[in-house]
Design a protein around this ligand. Structure first.
Ligand code: SFD
Ligand code: AMP
Length: 629
C-alpha cells in the first residue's frame, strides 16, 4: 500500500473516457474552454488511438443524415429511430443528434478519414442512413484531432476511474473522480467542477456464445465494462431504459456485422429450407403497430430469426454467394468486365470485415469460406448494453432547451440528474442509432454544455480529503487480498481466500445467462427467475469484497467486473419491473402474453439508486411524440 503514490489533481472539466463521445467532447470543450480560461483534463483507461468500440476500425458510418444534400431531414430520422425502437425514444435527443451529426462526419473527412464516393462524387450510401468508409484508422484519426485540441499535457492515458465523487456539502453535485494507473503504482484523486463521463457500453454481462478457446471474442469491445452505468448510478444519477439490451445478429462466431450485407450487397438470408426468414410476417402481428413499420424494427427482425432456430428451422445463412452473383449479373455478357466486377465485389466483401471485425475475416479464411462461392451462417449474439446502436439503455438526461419539454430540460443539454455530471454516446438513454458519428456529435453537444455549466457556476467544489486514504485502501484492496491469501493454495484460481476476476466474471455470466434471459435460455425469463437472479447477484456483491488481483492489470479487471455487477442489477430490476416482453427479439418474459400492451407500452422506465438509503426505486415517465408528422 505504501508503495502506491497518491496523486491529487484539480481541473474545471474532467472527461472520463477517450472513445468517440469523449473525443467529441474534448474537441468541442477545448474550444469553449480556451475562450473562458478553463482547464479540461481527459483520462482514459486505455490509449486513445485505439480505445473504445472503434478500436479495430469500422467499415461504415451508420448515421449520416445528408441534410445539405437534401437526402433526409432530422424529422425523417426521428421517425425512423422511433419506429425501430418500437416507440420508446426521446425525440428531443434524437433530433438533436440528427441536426448535428453531419458536421461531425464532415470533420472526420477533413481530418483524413477516407469516405467512399459514388460516380457523382457524393458519399457512397450503403443504406438510407449509412455511408461506406475505409475505416481501419478511423479511431486514430478522430483521437488525433481530440489530442491536438486538448494538448498532450491535458491527457492521462491508462488511468482507470473506479468511482465518481460528489461534493462534500452537496450530494447532488459532482466534484471529482478516483482511480488508478494501470501501469504505475499511483492512485488518483481528481477534483473537477464538471465531468463528462463517457465510458461506453457493457460487454460480458451475459455468458457469451464464445467460451473456452474463443473467450474474449465478442461483438462489442470486451473492455467496455459498464463503467458508465455503474459509476453514474452509484452517485445517485437516474438510469433510463436499462431493459433495452441489444442483441446483434452477426456472422456466427466471428461477430462480423450484417448491415453492409443486407443494405449494400442487398443479400437475403435463408433458413435450413432455403426460405427467407423475413417472409414470416405473421409472427409480427401481436406487435402491431410495429409489425408494419418499414424497415421492420431491429428487435422484430431478430424475433423472426430467433423463431427459425427455436422452432427447428435453423441454421440461418447470409446468402453472400447469391448477393455477389446478383450484383455481377449485368456484366455477364462481357467476360473481362465480369471478372473485374467479381474481383471488386470480392475485395469489398473482405474489406467490410478487415476494416471492422478482423476476426471474422480470419474465421472465413480458417473455414475455407469464399463469400462469392459459399453462404455463411448468421446468429443472434449474447445481450449487450449500449445507448448508441439499435438499443437505448443509458442515463436520464436533460434535453436541448429549444426542443425538450420543460420537464425534460433542467438547464444543460445532456446533463444527468446530478449537477455538473454529463454524458453522451452509449451513456445517454432513450436515444438510439447514434453510432460512431452520432456519439461524437453528442459528445460535442455535451462538452459545450459542460463548459456553459462551468461559466454559469464558477464557484468551487469540495472533496472530503479525509476520506482519500479509505478510498485508496478500498481501490487497492484486491491486491492486498491476493497477496495475503496466495500462499495458502496450490491452485491459484481456486481458494477460499479470494476470488479472481475471471472466476467472478464466470459466476456473473452464469447468473445472468441462466436467470436473466441469456443465450442458453433463448433470451427467456420470468418473475421468479429474475428474483433468483437478484438473490444470486446479492451474494456476488458479498463476495466482491474478496476479489483478489495479482497485478495492476488484474486490479482493473476486478473493478471492471464490479461495474458489470452494478449494470447487471440495474438490468434485472428493469426487466422485472416491466410486466411484458419488451422487446421481442431482445428478451422474452414468459409469464406475460406475447402482445404489445398499447395502454402501458409508451413509457420510459427510470431507476435510481439512492446513495443515502442504498435502495433502488423505479418510476415511469410517459413518452412524448411531438416531432413526428
Ligand atoms: O456495423 C474508461 N459501431 C458502429 N458505428 C458506426 O458508425 N458504424 C458501424 O459500422 C458500427 N458498427 C460497429 C460499432 C462498434 C463495434 C465494436 C463494432 C461494429 C464491431 C458503434 C460505435 O462504435 C459506437 O456507437 C461508439 O463507439 C460509442 O461511443 P462511446 O464514446 O459511447 O463509447 P466508446 O467509443 O466505446 O468509448 C468508451 C471509452 O471509455 C473508456 N473507458 N476510461 C476510464 N475509466 C473507465 N472506468 C473506463 N471505462 C471505459 C474506454 O477506454 C474508451 O475510451 S456495426 O456493428 O453497426
Ligand atoms: P449492423 O451491421 O447490423 O450493425 O447494421 C449496420 C446498419 O444497418 C445499422 O444502421 C442497422 O440498423 C442497419 N441494418 C442492418 N440490417 C438491416 C436490415 N435488414 N434492414 C434495415 N437496416 C438494417
Amino acid at each position: 500500500m505504501e508503495a502506491f503514490e497518491t496523486v491529487e489533481m484539480s481541473t474545471d472539466l474532467l472527461i472520463v473516457g477517450g472513445g468517440m463521445s469523449a473525443c467529441g467532447a474534448a474537441y468541442e470543450a477545448s474550444y469553449w474552454a480556451k475562450k473562458n480560461n478553463l482547464k479540461v483534463l481527459l483520462v482514459d483507461k486505455a490509449a486513445m488511438d485505439r480505445s473504445g468500440a472503434v478500436a479495430m476500425g469500422l467499415s461504415a458510418i451508420n448515421t449520416y443524415i445528408g441534410i445539405d444534400r437534401n437526402e433526409n431531414t432530422p424529422e425523417d430520422f426521428v421517425q425512423y429511430v422511433q419506429n425501430d425502437q418500437m416507440g420508446t425514444v426521446r425525440e428531443d435527443l434524437v433530433y438533436d443528434v440528427a441536426r448535428h451529426v453531419d458536421s461531425s462526419v464532415h470533420l472526420f473527412e477533413k481530418w483524413g478519414l477516407p469516405i467512399w464516393k459514388d460516380a457523382e462524387g457524393n458519399y457512397q450510401r450503403a443504406g438510407r442512413w449509412q455511408i461506406m468508409i475505409n475505416g481501419e484508422s478511423y479511431k486514430v484519426i478522430v483521437a488525433e484531432a481530440a489530442k491536438n485540441a486538448l494538448g498532450v499535457d491535458n491527457i492521462i492515458e491508462r488511468l482507470f476511474i473506479v468511482r465518481l465523487l460528489t461534493d462534500a456539502n452537496d450530494p447532488k453535485r459532482i466534484a471529482g473522480a478516483a482511480g488508478f494507473s494501470v501501469r504505475e503504482n499511483k492512485v488518483y484523486f481528481i477534483k473537477a467542477k464538471a465531468i463528462c463521463c463517457m465510458c461506453g457500453g457493457a460487454v460480458h454481462i451475459f455468458r457469451p456464445r464464445s467460451v473456452g478457446e474463443g473467450l474474449g471474442r465478442t461483438w462489442y469491445p470486451p473492455w467496455n465494462a459498464g463503467s458508465n452505468y455503474a459509476m453514474m448510478a452509484q452517485v445517485g444519477a437516474e438510469l433510463a431504459q436499462m431493459e433495452s439490451r441489444f442483441i446483434p445478429t452477426r456472422f456466427k462466431d466471428g461477430y462480423g456485422p450484417v448491415g453492409a450485407w443486407f443494405l449494400f450487397f442487398k443479400s437475403s438470408a435463408t433458413n435450413a429450407f432455403d426460405e427467407e426468414y423475413i417472409h414470416n410476417t405473421d409472427v409480427l402481428k401481436p406487435w402491431a403497430p410495429y409489425d408494419s413499420a418499414k424497415p421492420v424494427p431491429t428487435p422484430l427482425r431478430n424475433h423472426q430469426m430467433m423463431l427459425e432456430s427455436m422452432e427447428g428451422r435453423g441454421p440461418v445463412f447470409m446468402r453472400t454467394e447469391r448477393a455477389i452473383a446478383a450484383l455481377a449479373e449485368k456484366y455477364k455478357d462481357d467476360p473481362k468486365e465480369y471478372k473485374k466486377k467479381m474481383k471488386e465485389l470480392e475485395s469489398e466483401a473482405w474489406e467490410d470485415f478487415l476494416d471492422m471485425t478482423i476476426s471474422q475475416a480470419l474465421l472465413w479464411a480458417g473455414q475455407n469460406i469464399f463469400p462469392e462461392e459459399k453462404k455463411s451462417e448468421i446468429m443472434a449474439a449474447e445481450p449487450y448494453f449500449i445507448g448508441s446502436h439499435a438499443s437505448h439503455a443509458g442515463m436520464w438526461v436533460s434535453g436541448p432547451a429549444d426542443l425538450a419539454p420543460p420537464e425534460w430540460n433542467w438547464g444543460y443539454n445532456r446533463m444527468t440528474t446530478i449537477n455538473g455530471l454529463f454524458t453522451a454516446g452509449d451513456g445517454v438513454g432513450c436515444s438510439a442509432h447514434k453510432f460512431s458519428s452520432g456519439s461524437h456529435a453528442e459528445g460535442r453537444i455535451a462538452g459545450k454544455a459542460a463548459i456553459k455549466f462551468l461559466v454559469d457556476n464558477p464557484g468551487d467544489v469540495n472533496l472530503d480529503s479525509s476520506k482519500f486514504e479509505g478510498i485508496k485502501a478500498e481501490i487497492l484492496k484486491p491486491l492486498k487480498t491476493y497477496e495475503e491469501g496466495k500462499s495458502y493454495t496450490v491452485t491459484d484460481d481456486i481458494t477460499p481466500n479470494y476470488i479472481r476476476p475471471k472466476m467472478f466474471l464466470f459466476r456473473l455470466n452464469k447468473i445472468m445467462d441462466e436467470y436473466a434471459g441469456g443465450t442458453s435460455m433463448w433470451y427467456t425469463t420470468n418473475k421468479a427467475m429474475l428474483e433468483r437472479a437478484l438473490e444470486e447477484l446479492r451474494m456476488l456483491y458479498e463476495d466482491s469484497k474478496f476479489l483478489g488481483a495479482s497485478d495492476l492489470h488484474e486490479l482493473m479487471r476486478a473493478w471492471e467486473n464490479y461495474h458489470r455487477l452494478w449494470t447487471s442489477e440495474a438490468h434485472v430490476r428493469h426487466i422485472l419491473f416491466r410486466e411484458e416482453t419488451r422487446y421481442p427479439g431482445y428478451y422474452y418474459r414468459a409469464d406475460y402474453k406475447e402482445v404489445l400492451d398499447q395502454a402501458n407500452w409508451k413509457v420510459f422506465t427510470i431507476s435510481r439508486w439512492d446513495p443515502e438509503t442504498r435502495k433502488w426505486s423505479i418510476r415511469k415517465e410517459p413518452v412524448k411524440e411531438f416531432l413526428q408528422p
